[in-house]
Design a protein around this ligand. Structure first.
Ligand SMILES: [Zn+2]
Length: 393
């Protein structure tokens, strides 16, 4: 294979030595196996499928798509005890709180939902997409509960990786559940056509494999929130805190008694076992100033614990939040410089990918997970839209 240094992050290069463009070696059961595409070449415009072949958009090298390399069959058995999809994962965090790993795209540690149990009630914070619904339900059962007993769905925002399954859940399993969402997001749950149209422009024929079915939530099941509204669910009181920035309709759920904030995407993205806090900057309504104000509100909570949809709960809330806004500034500066210099989307994607890889300080698999949680091409699209809209570039 042709060496193609540009298409792989420096951290991944450092982790695995000099690497070919399209794949790298990883240790599996004590053996070194070549099995994954690098993250920048994994999804989005970094590569495109041509029948049974892929073409690297950087070095133009072609290679057949092997089954274990396809994007929908990510294999994360390395370094883990059991295979994904083996029956749902529920990690008890105490006080009737469980972390459910939704094993998005077959990968652990990318998309979470949180199960709350108490007072004879069950509630979910986030549903994940419909593509992971069987794993979600298996996770609820693994925690020892019947999914049919869920009475409330609390959505941080309506992006499909967070809320895509809400309509199917209400239709098929939870006809009486209430769905809590920001008032700006509510109409898009009831009539998801516009949301799906814009997502289809980005994901095209990968919509179904990524997200699965998306159906409307009946209007009478949707309860638009108010900022600061207390919610009595699953034996506790959560406060809905409007936290725009990543999306205009983003909500954080605050459990004051437990000192836990469920921050969706506004608290940043952090892969387990790492310190890097990455700002997810997708289109269409990214707003760095609103995001900064939201982080200010999160700071004021003085949370003991942040629970992130991507991925997991962290006890160093203040330090974590300190890292988020400076990195958002870095993304903005990198994008501004690149776009003013005439960079196209592919180049900006590579720049942001390399920044993530540089800062992550983890192995290549973690970098692939980070790319699934917040794809660099999506970050590039969001930054480009923001900076163009504002006349910066
Ligand atoms: Zn997300």
């Amino acid at each position: 294979m042709v060496a193609c240094d540009n298409s792989i992050g420096k951290a991944a290069r450092a982790a695995s030595g000099s690497l070919p463009c399209r794949s790298y070696s990883t240790m599996v059961g004590g053996r070194s196996e070549e099995r994954y595409r690098v993250a920048g070449d994994f999804i989005g415009p970094g590569s495109r499928e041509l029948g049974a072949e892929r073409v690297c958009s950087r070095c133009a090298e072609r290679a057949p798509v092997r089954e274990e390399e396809t994007v929908n069959e990510g294999d994360v058995r390395a370094d883990r005890g059991t295979e994904p999809g083996a029956g749902g994962m529920a990690t008890s965090l105490g006080d009737g709180l469980w972390l459910l790993d939704l094993e998005f795209q077959g990968r652990r540690g990318v998309v979470a939902a949180f199960l709350l149990a108490g007072g004879g009630e069950l509630a979910l914070i986030e549903t994940g997409p419909t593509s992971t619904l069987p794993v979600l339900l298996a996770g609820v059962r693994a925690a020892g509960f019947d999914p049919a007993d869920i009475t409330a769905l609390l959505l941080t925002h309506i992006h499909l990786d967070h809320a895509g399954a809400a309509g199917v859940l209400v239709r098929d399993l939870l006809p009486r559940a209430t769905v809590h969402v920001h008032p700006i997001g509510a109409p898009h749950l009831v009539e998801p056509g516009k949301l799906l149209a814009s997502a289809t422009r980005i994901y095209s024929d990968r919509m179904d494999s990524l997200w699965g079915e998306v159906v409307p939530v009946p209007a009478e099941r949707v309860l638009p929130l108010e900022d600061g509204q207390p919610l009595s669910v699953a034996g506790r009181v959560l406060t809905a805190i409007f936290t725009p920035g990543h999306a205009s309709h983003h909500v954080t759920y605050w459990d004051a008694a437990a000192g836990t904030a469920f921050t969706g995407d506004v608290g940043g993205i952090r892969m387990q076992g790492t310190d890097y806090v990455c700002p997810p900057t997708p289109p269409p309504d990214l707003d760095p100033e609103a995001w900064a104000r939201s982080v200010g509100r999160l700071r004021e909570l003085a949370a003991r614990r942040l629970c992130l949809t991507h991925f997991g709960c962290y006890d160093d809330a203040a330090v974590h939040l300190d890292r988020l806004l400076p990195e958002l500034d870095v993304f903005q500066d990198l994008a501004t410089g690149a776009l003013r210099g005439g960079a196209d989307q592919e180049t900006l994607t590579a720049i942001l990918h390399d920044r993530m890889a540089d800062q992550l300080h983890a192995g290549p698999e973690t970098l692939v997970n980070l790319e699934w949680a917040t794809p660099s091409y999506m970050a590039a699209l969001g930054m480009t839209r923001l900076l163009t809209k504002r006349g910066v570039v």
